[in-house]
Design a protein around this ligand. Structure first.
Ligand SMILES: Nc1ncnc2c1ncn2[C@@H]1O[C@H](COP(=O)(O)OP(=O)(O)OP(=O)(O)O)[C@@H](O)[C@H]1O
Ligand SMILES: Cc1ncc(COP(=O)(O)O)c(N)n1
Length: 281
């Protein structure tokens, strides 16, 4: 066992720093986990939207995963923006090769301003190849509708979608509630483990500063899994982390601003539970 829990994020870069690889690394750091990256695409992006997308080659993505698999290793993996089916296939192949089984799949599809972060041709590969390799998948409502192939209304609709997505091979499904406005006061994130449902409730904040909420939430789940927590514990902590990050906005930019990755530590203190000082050669 390494002296510190390790997590790898396989995702796109957000130049504005609120979502993607940047949100993931900030979250890992705040939760005391050593973060590593495999970049799938560079985006030119800010709080107003996405101005450009430059995908990496499959070889480049796989080589980054090899660099980690052959040396440092990882305790958990998160996937975010994967952009096309070739990258999804390449990533899936490496997950199997290195037997990385604590895999959190955030099925990123569309950015807030409407830009496509996953091509339509790739939805099938995500559903048929990557989902069965996941320990946890974290769709929002529109993503779940596309994956499950149904239209979702309210909590019951989200439960039905969770069952369908679990049948596709995901071992745990977190149906995020940010887009489910059937409840104007609360956001309920729903976890399904193939048998039981767990509800994680919190206040619904009225704010435009929600850029990167999905990435940050999934990264927090990944960090806690890397430390050895159960999926239920990891989702509970991630809910508290994202709630704090939305509640105290940084008020950056003219559009959908980033969340505040420091807020949770400000409220709860910094824990570095797996770090042993003096370890190593
Ligand atoms: N207005 C809000 N108030 C409180 N929590 C929220 C709010 N919006 C989102 N969340 C929380 O943020 C996380 C991400 O939720 P959401 O359903 O919005 O995902 P997402 O659509 O992937 O994110 P994004 O909208 O940034 O793409 C969830 O844990 C959800 O509970
Ligand atoms: C590179 C990149 N990855 C993901 C998202 C989605 O972000 P969100 O967490 O808001 O769904 C994004 N806007 N950019």
């Amino acid at each position: 066992m390494a002296a510190i829990a390790r997590a790898l994020t396989i995702a796109g870069s957000d130049s504005g720093g609120g979502a993607g690889i940047q949100a993931d690394l900030k979250t890992f750091q705040e939760l005391g986990v050593y973060g590593m990256t495999a970049l799938t695409a560079v985006t030119a992006q800010n709080t107003l939207g996405v101005q450009g997308i430059y995908p990496m080659s499959v070889e480049a993505v796989q080589q980054q995963m090899d660099a980690i698999g052959e040396d440092i290793g990882t305790d958990a993996v998160k996937t975010g923006m994967l952009f096309n089916s070739d990258i999804i296939r390449g990533v899936s192949e490496k997950l199997v090769q290195y037997r990385w089984d604590k895999v959190v799949v955030d099925p990123v599809m569309i950015a807030k301003g409407g830009s496509v972060l996953l091509l339509e041709e790739a939805v099938r590969a995500l559903r048929d190849i990557l989902l069965p390799l996941s320990l946890v998948v974290t769709p929002n409502v529109p993503e779940a509708e596309l994956i499950a192939g149904i239209s979702i209304q309210g909590l019951d609709g989200r439960k039905e979608a969770a069952r369908i997505i679990a049948d596709l091979g995901a071992r745990h499904v977190v149906m995020k509630g940010g887009h489910d406005e059937s409840n104007p006061d609360e956001v309920i994130d729903l976890l399904f483990d193939g048998r039981d449902f767990y509800e994680f409730c919190g206040p619904r904040f009225v704010t435009r500063h929600t850029h990167g909420t999905g990435c940050t939430f999934a990264a927090a789940v990944t960090a806690e899994l890397a430390k050895g927590r159960t999926v239920v514990q990891a989702v509970e902590l991630a809910k508290a982390f994202i709630q704090a990050a939305i509640a105290e906005p940084l008020r950056l930019g003219q559009g959908h601003g980033p969340t505040n990755h420091w807020a949770y530590r400000k409220q709860h203190g910094f824990a570095h539970p797996t770090h042993e000082s003096g370890a190593g050669e």
